[in-house]
Structure formats: C-alpha cells, structure tokens
Write a protein that binds this ligand. Structure first.
Ligand SMILES: *Cc1c(COP(=O)(O)O)cnc(C)c1O
Length: 493
C-alpha cells in the first residue's frame, strides 16, 4: 500500500511536533471546547471517492479533530479518574500497533505472549495471589468486571439457577459492575445495592442481612463485589469481613480495583489494601494509575482454570493454533478472540522505569491529595465531605446562610469557572445528596504548587460568586462578577 512518497517524512514530522507540544502540556488549557461551527464542519466532511493528500489529512487530524476535548493527561486535570499516560506507554503502543500481531494465541505472538504472561504473574504476586493464579489483559475496567462476573456465575451457579442468581454491590460500586451483571442476565432487581458507612465503605451488617433475606426468598446469592478504591472517594471496602461472609455463604468475592489496585505497587501505601489477596478475582486498570494509554485493563483470577472453564473454545478453524506446548491461549481465557498485545506496553513501561519509580509515581499522587487537604483545611468555609484517600478528596464550599440547593448550585458554578479558566479540571460529584467538588490527583507531574494554586483559584471563584446578589439578599445592588478570567491570569498567583 503506497500512500505517499512522503509517508516516512510525514510520520517523523508528526512525532516531532507531537513530542514538542506534549512537553508544553502544562501551559495548555485543561479542556478545549469545540464550537458549533467546527462540529458542523466535521460532520459534513464526508468520505471522498478519490483519496486526498496525506499531509493535508494529517493536518486536519491534528488541527481539527484531535485538538478538542478533555486533556486528561494534563497535570492539573483532576476530573473523573484521569489518564496520565506516560510517553513510554504510547511509545510501547506505537510498537504494538506497528507489529500488529494477533495476540489471541501464543503461536501468533510467542515473544509478546511470554512477557504478557510474565507480567500477569508479577501482578498476581503483587496482589498476593498464589501460583494457581492467572489473568488476561482486556480493554479496561468495564471488560475486566464483565469477565469476572461471567466467571463467577459459571463457577458458582448451575445453569438452572441463573434466573435466581443475586449479586451484591455497594452504593459506591462503579456502574460498570451492574452493567456487566445485566449483560450476563442478572437483572436490576437481583442486584442489591448495599448501603455504605460514614466512610463510604460497604456496610457489612447490611450485606449479611440482605444475603439472609434473599436465601429466605429462595433466591441464589452467588457474588459479592468489593471495591479497592471507589471512583467517587477512593474508599476501600472491608475485605476480610466480606471474605468471611463469602466463605460462610459460599459466594464468589470479586474486587473491583480498576482505580485503586495500583496502590499495590506503592511501597508506602500497599498495606492499605491488605486483604485484597482474599479475592477470587481482581480488576485493575493500567490506563488509569499505571500510566498507560487507553485500552489497557487487567483481570486477575486466583485460580486461572476458572477462566478457561468459562471461555475456552475449540472450533475446527483454530485447531492449527492450539496448544501442543501447554500454553493457554488468551482466546481461551477471555471474551475476545482477536486482540492486540495490550500488556506489552505496560511491560515496556515497567522495564524502562523500574518498579521503584512506579512506586514513587503512585505515592506522589496520594501525597498530592494530602497537600490539597492541608490547604483546604485552612479555609473554614469549606466542608471536607470525604478526606484525602487514595489520591481523591471531596469537599464543598459551605457558607451557612445558603440553602442546600444554593450550595449545590454554587459549587457547580465554582467547578464550571475553574474549568472555563483552563487552569485546572476540578469537576463535581454527589455524596450524601450534596454536590461536591472532587479532585483526583494521580498525575505524577502535578506539583505542590499546582495543587495550592488550584485551591487558591477555587477560593477566588468562591469569593467572586458569593458576592452575587442571589447569594446575598442584603445587598441587592451587588452585581454578579461573572468574569471569565484569562487562562494565564491564574498562573500569576
Ligand atoms: C474506571 C473504573 C471502572 C471502569 O473502567 P473502564 O476502564 O472505564 O471501563 C470500573 N471500576 C472502577 C472502580 C473504576 O474507577
């Protein structure tokens, strides 16, 4: 396929320009809004009958297509779970794509298979799993959870009991778990949302009670999903207690560590995940806190034969690629047949960085949230709704003269203002019925100054908004200061 004589030069130019813009990411806005004119322009581009010049289309890609949206690799983007991908990861990804090996069976990609499997074993060791353990790289946490609930169902429930199967999550469990459960046929009315305690952890007494009630109704409890780091607050469910209940009632214990399992690699904070080794399966996203480009999740199983039992296939057209050498093919341990060698970029990243540097990078994220907490504590108008935990903190401006509805609106506006300013991405979530500001600080390049400047800017927007007459009935002449400060203004602080 001869696209252009310039192919090599165009690729080189692109990479050079990309690297140079990436090194200035901190000066960019955290979110680039797309406007209606641009949307209309993109929507009417159509597919040409005759191809267009390579350089021109590359320019459109960089200037018109990839130029918008959330810069989730920006050091001050703290929304959702950011994706601070390491340049090592995208380099590893470029290589994976360049070779484009079919990673469904070991025969197709024996070298990559070896390093993927070695990495899986290493991750299992970090989780404290025994040497019966195994796993697969999947596209992300949602697929990891879907894989786990499928295996749990197949292992714990005879087929005739599938319509009675009940699974237990908490109020803070990630939505992808319920999505996965519905996909495997566990409908909403057989998914129990167990309330959480004051620290957003699954309430064990409520779990026990729910299981007893379901048993009494003739239903078939089979699975409890605990979280190692909930998305909202970073809370960690009580693994040992949940495990004891699972043992007693013969239930599968899955731990969703899509966000938080990475803390296992922090020498300093690993201990906070004690008990995670009790799980039967564990989800872990490398495209969150292991700094990988998207499409890199991991599902680990304490007993890898359970995955094979759920997913092995032996169709006639794949017999040439079956395992004379006792290698278990990835297509026999996961939902996918054709897949890219997703784990190799993580292996590559770890080879170049080393596990100590990964530990430091993860520990740094936890430290950033603690810095934020210390700064927030200086402002008595702020209520900390969930303390710094696993690099997440939730808080809100809480002036006593406002109603709850006004407080919700005020905090939403503060978030909108800081996003519009371009300086930092601080979004909102809801906890205990309150709209709160949330910072998830996992970027290894976020500095203490970034954190302090972000809090100071939030304080400033609060001061501006609170003078607005709607929040201050005593001074009706006080005009709203609805200024949109220039992006660089914040840097002067
Ligand atoms: C992000 C997340 C997921 C979903 O993972 P994706 O990679 O987005 O599919 C699941 N669980 C938790 C706790 C998460 O934070």
């Amino acid at each position: 396929m001869d696209f252009s004589k310039n192919f090599e030069k165009t690729v080189q130019t692109f990479i050079k320009e990309f690297l140079s813009s990436h090194s200035h990411l901190s000066d960019e806005k955290v979110v680039h809004e797309i406007d209606d004119t641009k949307i209309a322009q993109l929507q009417k581009m159509g597919i040409p009958q005759k191809g267009r010049p390579l350089d021109l289309v590359v320019r459109e890609m960089t200037e018109d297509i990839y130029a918008y949206g959330h810069n989730s690799a920006h050091p001050r983007y703290m929304g959702f779970i950011p994706g601070p991908a390491s340049p090592l990861s995208w380099f590893g990804d470029i290589m994976t794509n360049a070779y484009n090996r079919h990673a469904g069976s070991w025969a197709n990609y024996p070298g990559e298979y070896c390093v993927e499997q070695e990495l899986i074993q290493w991750l299992c060791q970090q989780a404290g799993f025994p040497n019966t353990a195994g796993g697969t790289f999947v596209s992300g946490g949602s697929m990891a959870n879907l894989t786990a609930v499928t295996v749990a169902r197949d292992k714990m429930l005879p087929e005739e009991l599938w319509p009675q199967g009940v699974a237990y999550v908490s109020e803070q469990t990630h939505s992808s778990v319920a999505k996965g459960l519905r996909i495997i046929g566990i409908s909403n009315h057989r998914i129990r949302k167990i309330p959480t305690d004051g620290q957003f952890r699954m309430d064990i007494d409520q779990l026990r009670k729910a299981i007893k009630e379901d048993r009494a109704k003739g239903l078939a409890p089979f699975l409890v999903i605990a979280s190692a780091g909930t998305t909202n607050t970073g809370s960690i469910d009580p693994f040992a207690e949940i495990h004891a209940i699972c043992k007693q009632h013969n239930l599968w214990m899955h731990v969703d560590g899509a966000f938080g399992a990475s803390m296992l690699l922090s020498h300093e904070y690993k201990k906070e995940l004690q008990g995670i080794e009790l799980a039967d399966s564990l989800s872990w996203d490398a495209h969150k806190w292991l700094f990988q480009t998207y499409g890199c999740g991991i599902i680990l199983m304490k007993d890898r034969t359970n995955m094979v039992n759920s997913f092995h296939v032996h169709p006639e057209y794949l017999k040439d690629l079956e395992d004379e050498n006792n290698f278990v093919n990835p297509w026999d341990t996961s939902i996918e047949l054709t897949r890219p060698a997703r784990g190799v970029k993580l292996w590559f990243t770890l080879q170049v960085m080393g596990s100590d540097a990964i530990s430091d990078a993860i520990t740094h994220g936890i430290q950033c949230a603690k810095w934020a907490e210390a700064e927030i504590q200086k402002n008595s108008l702020i209520e900390i709704v969930s303390p710094a935990q696993m690099a997440v903190i939730n808080f809100r401006y809480n002036p006593s003269h406002l109603s709850e509805a006004q407080k919700n609106e005020l905090n939403k506006k503060i978030s909108q203002k800081i996003i519009d300013s371009g300086f930092a991405g601080v979004f909102t979530t809801e906890l205990e019925g309150k709209k709160v500001l949330r910072m998830c600080t996992i970027h290894p390049d976020t500095t203490r100054e970034d954190i302090l400047n972000t809090i100071q800017l939030l304080n400033r927007y609060y001061e501006e908004l609170i003078r607005n007459e709607e929040y201050n009935p005593k001074s009706p002449n006080n005009h709203c200061l609805d200024t949109k400060p220039e992006f660089h203004a914040a840097k002067a602080m």
